[in-house]
Every structure is written in C-alpha cells, then in structure tokens.
Design a binder for this molecule. Structure first.
Ligand code: MN
Ligand code: MN
Length: 466
C-alpha cells in the first residue's frame, strides 16, 4: 500500500514542475501588468525604427531625470546618465553604490527589426505607375511583406548637413504604401515555385503613385510623386543617395484574443525586451551595482557598424564611467553580469513539430532564459555557465519573477544567435533571456502580456539584486 499524501509531497519536492503564470500572480499584480502593457503598446507605436526608439527612449529617460553623460563628470551613486550614439543606439546607466571595480549589471536588447529599406536610387516609373525599389533588412519570409499596408519612416541627410525626418503613414489621415502580389487566377506558374522563391527580393517594389504630372514630358507619374515629396520635405531625387528610409508595416499595436491576453505588433523582436530594459532602468533607484541599459542597432544583420553591439561605443561608454572612479575597464567587465535581452521562439501548437516541448518557452510561462542559442552542436552559442544560470534563479526566486527555460527549437531544426557572444567576448558573464514570440520576424508578431511584464520584472530584479 502506498501512502498517497506522502507520495505527493515527495513529488512536489523532487519534480521540477512549471506553472502557468496566471496561476501564480494575484489580482493586484495583474493590474500592474495590464498598465505596463498599455505603456508598452504606446512605445511600439512611437518606435517603428531604431532611430524612433532612441528618440522615444531619450524622451522618457529625460522625463525621469536622466542627463547626457559627458566624460569627466563627477559620479555620485544614484546619478542617471545616458549617451545617444548617433541617434541609432542608446546607452543608459544608473550609478551604483558599489565601485565599478565590482562590475556592472548590464542588460542589452536591440531596437532594429526586419523591414524593407529603400535602395539608394529607389524611384522609378514603369508603364505609368511609380515605385520605390527596396532591399530587405534582416531575415524575412518575403511572401509575408506583400499585400499589406506599409509606412515609410527614416531620414534624408542633405548635402548641407541638414537631416530631414520622414514619416509617412503613421497618421491615420496619411496614405500608406503597398507591394502587389499576383491574383490566384493567374498564379499557376507562381504557385509551382518553392516558397522561398515565391516573391524574389527584386520584386519587393513599393507602389507609390499613379497620377501623372500635368505636362507632356516623360516619366510624368514619377515626376508627380517627386513633386509631392519636394513640397512636403524639400528633397530632390539625388537626396535619396544619402537617405535611410525604411518601409515598415502600417499596423498599430493591439490586443489579440477575446480575452485580450496577447499583444500583436510590429517589431516586438526586440523592442519588447528593449522596452522591458528601459522601464527597468527608469524605475530602479540607487542600485548597489551600477545598472547599464543598452539599446543596440543592427542585431538583425550581425551587430556590425558603429551602432551595432560589436562597436566599441559600449566600451567607450563603460571606460568613461570607470575613469570617473579610477577603475580599469577590464576589471569592471570581468566582474560584470549581462542579460542579453532578446526574444525567444515561443512554442506554437500549430507547429509543434519544430520544438521539443519540455525545453521550449511557452506563452504565459514567463521570461524565457536561454542558456544557449546557436545551431547544430550549439554552434555560435554563448552557452552561459551554470553558475550564471543559478545566479538568475536566485534573483528571480527572491523577486517573484515567473520564468522558464527557452531552447530555440528542436536539435538540428535550425538556429540563431543574439548579441550575447559579443558581450561574452568582452569577458562579461552573459546569459540570454527574453520574451517568447509567435510568428517572429513576421510583419505583425505576437507576445503574451504576462511574459512581457515578467521580462521587465526579471531585468529589474537583476538590476536591484545583483
Ligand atoms: Mn532579436
Ligand atoms: Mn530577430
């Protein structure tokens, strides 16, 4: 005969059992979560490009007392500093009570997302319709980007040095742009192609006009469109040569599901973690260890460039902080902790075949911790050490963070990476952590509100408890 009660006690003591976050949090915390997610959706709508994310983050940071960090400033615990890197990436810090010789707590997320960039000579007319040529940015399924409303955001840098900001489509009164697809009636040949070849990159051309200019010359539709742009922004065709214009989905962030438990929005990879970090560093007051928040650019294309995580812009910022307290940068980095805050691939019951359920991150099970990412035999992974995982377990238990392990799909199913390895290259103990996403890299991605909020809580716990 078994003693059932005793057996259950042994089970609950010995087994690792995951709980749905809704079975863990109370009503009061649910209200905090809802309010956090309203703010997050507003951030998504305000920040559709890396530049807009920097602008919005600086606005929020300044409202909370952050000031630009100038080398040579005397640092006091509790000081709130930021450095805007070329308008495309952002570094923020709250000075801790402890010396930087004991390390910093760093959180690094990226604010660039897959999109369609305009080519440098983008404008053309074809049989009395006007178009912009594009070059896609990041890993996309090209067939998802046709037949949806697209907005145009970015900058045109003029020869004079003046920079003109362009936003077309955000205002509901504004027009949007569009890429056509073939009607099913005439798609017999197209539908025989492999999905990867269905929409070739060179066919991702934005339809931007059809009304001819009132004269008798050539390219009248192109001229009419250019004339409109010249009226609104004062630019000519040559100015596109020095422009960064990004076509992004023309959808606003909204609640998804009859119960409103999910969020749909463009660019949640990785602005969902960027916002969690930003809110955490805005909310943290006088931490023991200096808290650092990085909003990086160019992760989706390999973290290169001056605004990417491989750039020494981060090291320069840290070195300036360290110099203010006579601490060698290397000493600080080797004792620092970095949460590489990036999204993970949420388990999708519609496609169970690509994930191994026990190790896959599930919606509403909280912040996803990825000990390793990579592909094949963990190729290209940071693979955090067990001690760093344990450190986070300790913080999360103390702060009541709902979290889970998050493997990127079945072994040998594919793979991917984050900025984690570039942080580890700097001799910082680094671990991947973030929000599970469905339909990652699609024009409109899905997250669960509970996971968004828990990721904020997780980063804040690291800032406050490390
Ligand atoms: Mn990402
Ligand atoms: Mn991505």
């Amino acid at each position: 005969m078994h003693d059932n009660k005793q057996e259950n006690d042994v089970r609950s003591e010995l087994f690792y059992e995951q709980k749905n976050g809704y079975d863990v949090i109370g009503t009061a915390e649910r209200l905090v979560m809802e309010s956090y997610c309203e703010d997050y959706k507003a951030f998504l709508d305000a920040a559709k490009t890396e530049r807009e994310a920097v602008t919005e983050a600086v606005r929020q940071a300044e409202a909370r007392g952050f000031v630009p960090f100038v080398p040579g400033m005397a640092l006091e615990p509790g000081m709130k500093l930021y450095r805007n890197n070329r308008g495309k990436s952002l570094l923020l810090a709250v000075v801790g009570k402890k010396s930087l010789a004991e390390g910093a707590t760093v959180a690094a997320a990226h604010i660039d997302s897959p999109r369609l960039d305009l080519k440098q000579v983008p404008l053309y007319e074809d049989r009395e319709l006007a178009y912009f040529r594009t070059h896609y940015y990041g890993g996309i399924k090209k067939y998802q980007w046709v037949t949806i409303p697209l907005e145009l955001h970015g900058v045109v840098a003029l020869r004079s040095g003046e920079v003109v900001e362009v936003v077309i489509g955000r205002d509901s009164e504004d027009p949007v742009l569009y890429i056509t697809d073939l009607l099913p009636h005439l798609a017999k040949d197209q539908m025989q192609k492999k999905p990867g070849e269905l929409v070739p990159g060179e066919k991702l051309n934005l339809l931007i006009g059809s009304q001819p200019y009132a004269d008798a010359g050539k390219d009248r539709v192109k001229l009419a469109v250019l004339s409109l742009l010249n009226d609104r922004y004062g630019i000519t065709e040559e100015d596109f040569l020095s422009a960064e214009l990004e076509a992004v989905p023309g959808f606003r962030a909204r609640d998804v599901g009859l119960d409103r438990s999910l969020i749909g929005g463009y660019g949640q990879d990785d602005r969902v973690c960027a916002y969690a970090e930003l809110r955490a560093i805005l909310d943290v007051e006088a931490p023991e260890t200096t808290a650092v928040c990085i909003l990086a650019d160019k992760e989706e294309i390999g973290s290169m460039g001056t605004s990417g995580m491989r750039s020494s812009a981060f090291d320069t910022f840290m070195e300036d902080l360290c110099a203010a307290r006579d601490v060698p940068l290397r000493r600080c980095l080797e004792r620092s902790l970095c949460v590489s805050a990036d999204v993970c691939a949420g388990f999708d019951p519609n496609f169970p075949e690509v994930s191994e359920f026990s190790n896959a991150p599930k919606l509403n099970y909280g912040m996803g911790i990825a000990k390793y990412t990579g592909s094949g035999g963990k190729g290209g992974a940071n693979d955090a050490d067990a001690e760093t995982v344990a450190r986070l377990r300790r913080f999360f238990a103390q702060a009541g963070v709902v979290w889970q392990m998050a493997e990127l799909g079945k072994v040998d199913q594919g793979g991917g990476g984050t900025v984690a390895l570039f942080m580890a290259d700097r001799n910082i103990s680094t671990i991947d952590a973030g929000v599970p996403v469905l339909s990652m890299h699609a024009p409109w991605e899905i997250t669960a509100k509970l996971d968004c909020y828990m990721t904020y809580k997780g980063v804040r716990a690291a800032y406050e408890l490390n």
